[in-house]
Design a protein around this ligand. Structure first.
Ligand SMILES: C[S@@+](CC[C@H](N)C(=O)[O-])C[C@H]1O[C@@H](n2cnc3c(N)ncnc32)[C@H](O)[C@@H]1O
Length: 436
């Protein structure tokens, strides 16, 4: 794993949340004193700090510096090791807060060996796109005894993410009962995902999944579905030709590839020849607006100083002006983006077509902003594009149908009021609307 990813994943659990996990455990297993407790990715061993709940606690932590400064109660110890190489088993409880590292940040050799160990050890075949916390959660299930229990502070999204589907299927195949408590507030303000306390009780095999919202004082409100409403969470689909949502283009550093009007003029870049319209966010647009035409684009993007001109460095030939602009970009600026360093020519991105519709991926209202893209802007960053065949009337029809769709009812809610739709969920909605 890259050093930056290790440092970034070292988010410590607040002490009151550690106690909340222990109190949920004591409700799940009243009067049980756990003989042996395992903590994978234990940091400074803070989950060992509780009274009379266990006899022996062992924490596995990769970072020796964390272990060196730990102050542990009696019965607890920390070892510097790789949690996925840990062979100890038959623990009564596996507790903790594993690292959140997306698959791009994982060392491929470490990931491949971890996935292989899990599979050989009787676990599921996880996808290569699984986040580190999914790998750790699976390891926790394998290291505990048949009557054991798992209590982990992990992102709530594991209940719906396609990259965790093999793990969910594995748990379902064992009929273990699952309790997922979503926090109603940001307990990790620096991390952009909603946290949960997830308990998997291997001893209760009724196969039930329970969902709840928990506050910082430990009060739990039960909910029927992961979405927190009576509707099922949106499914995922890859879309079909002629009606397909695409993730926003990420050419590698918006400050390099998407220029403001002032920058465009400064470098004498010509519209059409050197740059094309582009939107990286729909925040400036009012919820009621449904068409992005030239006039609105000029007002809200061009003349407001927004980044709105995508340079045409995807083309084979560049004008002298564009070539001069590319030369003026300092090497250390583009080197910061792996998208650029991974390319033969750092500036040569693969273009996206201008979509028929522009859709915001995040929203706070009933649904995302949806605009008919009359100006022909490329969708970049957090804006999705919907490619549609057919006439402009058909585009307007699909936009209207999308606007009246109740997204809010069918998405996992985030604690800060922001809801996010995944591009494959948007494709599932499109397929649904098209068939209706
Ligand atoms: C999110 S932090 C949580 C630390 C601690 N459990 C807490 O709750 O405050 C995850 C920890 O996992 C450690 N870690 C990351 N990869 C690891 C690995 N392969 N083996 C063991 N520990 C690892 C990190 O160094 C970090 O301390």
């Amino acid at each position: 794993m890259k050093k930056t990813h290790l440092t970034r994943c070292q988010v410590e659990t607040p002490h009151d949340v550690v106690q909340l996990v222990w109190s949920l455990l004591s409700k799940q297993r009243p009067n049980q004193i756990f003989d042996s407790v395992l903590d994978l990715g234990a940091g400074d061993g803070r989950f060992s700090h509780t009274k009379g709940a266990y006899r022996e606690y062992i924490g596995i932590e990769r970072d020796g510096a964390k272990v060196a400064k730990a102050n542990l109660p009696s019965g607890a110890k920390l070892l510097v090791a790789d949690a996925l190489k840990w062979k100890g088993r038959e623990y009564d409880l596996c507790i903790g807060n594993p690292p959140y590292i997306r698959h791009h940040g994982l060392d491929p050799a470490w990931r491949d060996s971890a996935l292989k160990t899990i599979h050989i050890g009787g676990g599921p075949s996880l996808k290569k796109t699984a986040n580190a916390y999914i790998i750790f959660l699976t390891q926790a299930l394998l290291r505990t005894k048949a009557s054991g229990i798992i209590a982990q502070v992990i992102p709530y999204e594991w209940v719906t993410r396609p990259s965790a589907s093999e793990l969910r299927d594995f748990i379902k195949s064992k009929n273990w009962s699952v309790y997922v408590y979503r926090f109603d507030s940001d307990i990790f303000p620096t991390v952009l995902t909603t946290a949960s306390i997830t308990i998997i009780d291997k001893n209760t095999t009724n196969g039930k999944w329970h969902f709840g919202v928990i506050n910082r004082d430990g009060v739990v409100t039960s909910v029927e579905n992961p979405s927190g409403t009576t509707a099922e969470v949106l499914s995922y689909s890859i879309g079909v030709d002629g009606c397909k949502a695409l993730r926003g283009l990420s050419p590698g550093g918006q400050e390099i590839f998407v220029l403001t009007e002032e920058e465009r003029l400064f470098y004498s870049l010509r519209k059409g020849r050197d740059v094309r319209p582009c939107v990286t966010s729909l925040r400036a647009i009012d919820q009621g607006v449904d068409l992005l035409n030239k006039k609105l684009f000029e007002k809200l993007f061009v003349h407001s100083g927004a980044r709105c001109w995508l340079i045409r460095s995807d083309l084979d030939r560049h004008s002298t002006e564009l070539a001069r602009y590319l030369e003026s970009v300092p090497t250390e600026a583009w080197r910061r983006y792996s998208t650029c360093t991974n390319r033969k020519l750092w500036w040569r991105y693969r273009p996206h077509p201008a979509p028929a519709l522009l859709v915001a991926s995040g929203f706070t209202d009933k649904g995302p902003k949806i605009l008919v893209n009359e100006v022909g802007a490329v969708a970049a960053g957090s804006v999705y594009g919907v490619l549609l065949d057919g006439s402009s009337l058909y585009h307007v029809t699909i936009a209207n149908r999308l606007r009246s769709y109740d997204f809010q009812e069918r998405l996992v809610h985030h604690s800060n009021g922001l809801k996010k739709i995944e591009v494959r969920q948007l494709n599932a909605v499109l397929a649904d609307l098209n068939s209706g």
